[in-house]
Design a protein around this ligand. Sequence first.
Ligand code: DON
Length: 307
Amino acid sequence: MENLQSIVDEIHHALLPRLGEGKVADYIPQLAHIDPKKFGIAVTDVDGVVAKAGDCDEPFSIQSISKVFTLTLALGKHGENVWKRVGREPSGSAFNSIVQLEHEEGKPRNPFINAGAIAVSDLILAGHTPREAIGEIVRFVQYLADDDGIAIDPAVAKSEAATGYRNIALANFMRGFGKLDHPVDHVLGVYFHHCALAMTCTQLAHSGLFLAAAGRNPLTGHTVVSRQRARRINALMLTCGHYDGSGDFAYRVGLPGKSGVGGGILAVAPGKASIAVWSPGLNHNGNSLVGSLALEMLAHRTGWSVF
Ligand code: DON
């Protein structure tokens, strides 16, 4: 394979004419102001070599990408009991859909749709106040990325709390089925705050390295999870990480990935690298349009598909 930095530069250059395509998420008012032409990419390989381009060191709202980190934390706290509260199947529905919850007794299909991540927030709250739970999540992400500069953007958290009617409905619906242990406002406080984490592509790529390197972050030497758990989180990212666009992403890119409505995607090439891209315009499934293209090009050029 040719030099990673030249591949990344080439992808950046090739995508310049397409920046601005897609639709920036505006249902969270604070996200509607983001420049749609932003583009960043950072690739960190398992030897710690970083290749990057564009706005890769500008923080953006990671939104649903944070669900990978909260799932990892919840599995650490509760082990396989997590799966009593949330399933492991793709939903085939939009990320904020409520339809399956009624027939499935308030148990969300997977931890990456909004309902599933809200259930995971409830699990992280066990034995904690909301403030403590939020602090634990932030410290965990700082530890994963080996960067204590990572923080929540309070304006984004506030903006979502003020307008998150669908999530409020999802949480109340689950609580109505007895599937949340904590008050709805506490659970949503944790959920809205972790979605509002602001990170750069470089930080995000570092934070995903443990998934690329069998559970151990090669930069810090810390074992985060077992090899088996890393595999399983990657399996969930592949099957559910892009919601009702997960099949298309697997077809085009062939890597476990998790998207967020801020326009970020974290992708994992097991044994090879952790990759973060950011471009705010979204496709009709709510996943970054140009970000997906960048990953498609990268997978093509590197041969990193898991298939
Ligand atoms: O709850 C929400 O709607 C957002 N905080 C997160 C959704 C999201 O990122 C979906 N991803 N593409």
